[in-house]
Design a protein around this ligand. Structure first.
Ligand code: RNT
Ligand code: ZN
Length: 424
């Protein structure tokens, strides 16, 4: 296909856009630079439908589920890294890569999750250095026989609990090793599926056990230059419709008292509840946030992230409050029914787009109107800003980053699908 737009046309449109934004006092070049500089942690698990390399395929067995069987999923570390690298070439801006513990490469050896060590991630560590892609990490409390009961850290069985506590502790060491291998701490995020399908009689004891389990996991203090601990809440999952032990209230309280990061996932709240408003509400009490950009759709929390009002609102909140130094930006979705590289590309490009748009907002004017009590002006300006020539600035960012402009990336994905994915 012919390129969507040629360079001259992109530059010309950008010149006009630059003028339009300048009238509102906005420096488009500065916004592009800042947007490019925000690291987005891309989740590895979209590449293989949250399967991992332990040899158990399909259903994740605990609160989450990837549906679909589009051909070409990555089956091992080399394929996953290859696919990710290809996706990176289509995505402008700084990137990180987010691993789960079951992406360990043990050379065919069966290593129990509670025995995993940095050593089992040496291929990832090497790749990370070579490609200059920092890593983030997650212990995996699902897709495992000891998660089959639906309870891990909150299990009434002390043996099961101990196993998962060991896994949680070991994972922090792996994350810290990743952090020492790069110039920034690796975020280590704990999410557990624990919950009940139907109405429990005792909502308290599992939470007490989770609290104690987490305390044990966090007992060892590690260098904050290498690891940033986070905990992720959820409202409900598959098989945990009536009750989730690690609810928002639970983790908000936990993160605030223990001074660790709170992870807010866009798909983990009531469908009419969005998380944009939670940024300022929670940052007053926790040291930092990890945001999982995702898209809840009816019962599913993990559809591919898009340039939606929810996403744009969320980015605006982060940018308006200059909260980036305390907010880790990550993606979390998995769709096995479409080309997985396209899923990564759509989700990550949409997020970078929303961040750029937020950086282009003439916020000062809104604040002035608000301060002057002119709320009609505030609303009027918000409406006017919506139709500023944002697309031309986004195209320019993609051009400068030497990534495809407009829908051109689709040609590359189709080509890669034919040459690589369909041969699997
Ligand atoms: C599950 C959580 C969690 C997972 C990943 C795989 O509901 O969102 O973040 O999606 O860890
Ligand atoms: Zn999540």
């Amino acid at each position: 296909m012919k390129p969507y737009k040629n360079k001259a046309a992109i530059e010309e449109a950008y010149g006009l856009a630059q003028e339009a934004y300048r009238k509102f006092g906005v420096d488009t070049a500065g916004a592009i630079r800042q947007a490019m500089d925000i690291p987005i942690s891309i989740h590895c698990w979209q590449g293989d439908d949250v399967t991992g390399f332990e040899g158990v395929s399909g259903i994740s067995g605990g609160g989450i589920l990837a549906t679909g069987n589009y051909p070409g999923r990555a089956r091992n570390g080399d394929e996953l890294r290859g696919d990710a690298e290809f996706a990176f070439s289509l995505i402008p801006g700084k990137k990180r890569f987010n691993l789960h513990s079951f992406y360990a490469e043990t050379g065919g050896l069966e290593v129990s999750r509670d025995a995993l060590e940095p050593e089992h991630f040496k291929k990832w560590l090497k790749w990370s250095q070579e490609k200059n892609i920092p890593l983030d990490f997650n212990p995996s409390f699902f897709s495992h026989p000891l998660a089959d009961s639906g309870y891990t850290l909150a299990s009434p069985d002390p043996e099961i609990r101990r196993f998962w506590i060991r896994h949680g502790m070991g994972s922090r060491c792996i994350a810290a090793a990743m952090g020492s291998n790069q110039n920034s701490p690796a975020v280590n995020n704990i999410w557990i599926p624990d919950g009940s399908k139907d109405i429990p009689a005792d909502r308290l004891s599992p939470r007490q056990r989770l609290l104690e389990g987490l305390d044990e996991i966090f007992r060892v203090s590690l260098d904050p230059n290498t690891i940033a601990d986070a905990v992720e809440s959820k409202l409900f999952g598959i098989g945990s419709e009536a009750y989730v032990v690690g609810s928002h209230d639970f983790y908000l309280g936990y993160a605030a008292t223990k001074k660790i990061r709170l992870c807010l996932d866009m798909g983990h709240f009531h469908p009419t509840e969005t998380i944009a408003d939670k940024i300022s509400g929670t940052l007053l009490f926790v040291p930092g946030l990890l945001v999982h950009f995702s898209r809840g759709l009816r019962w599913d929390s993990d559809h591919v992230a898009i340039y939606s009002d929810d996403q744009r609102d969320l980015c605006r909140e982060i940018i308006r409050h200059k909260a980036l130094p305390r907010v880790n930006i990550a993606l979390d979705f998995f769709d096995a029914s479409i080309n997985r590289i396209a899923a990564w590309t759509i989700g990550t490009r949409s997020l970078r787009k929303s961040l750029l748009e937020a950086l282009l907002e003439p916020t000062v004017l809104l604040l002035e109107a608000e301060k002057a009590g002119k709320n009609h002006e505030r609303l009027g300006l918000m409406e006017e800003f919506k139709t500023l020539p944002f697309g031309a600035v986004w195209d320019k960012l993609c051009l400068d980053a030497e990534t495809p402009v407009g829908p051109d990336w689709l040609d590359s994905v189709n080509d890669y699908e034919e040459k690589v994915l369909l041969k699997r």
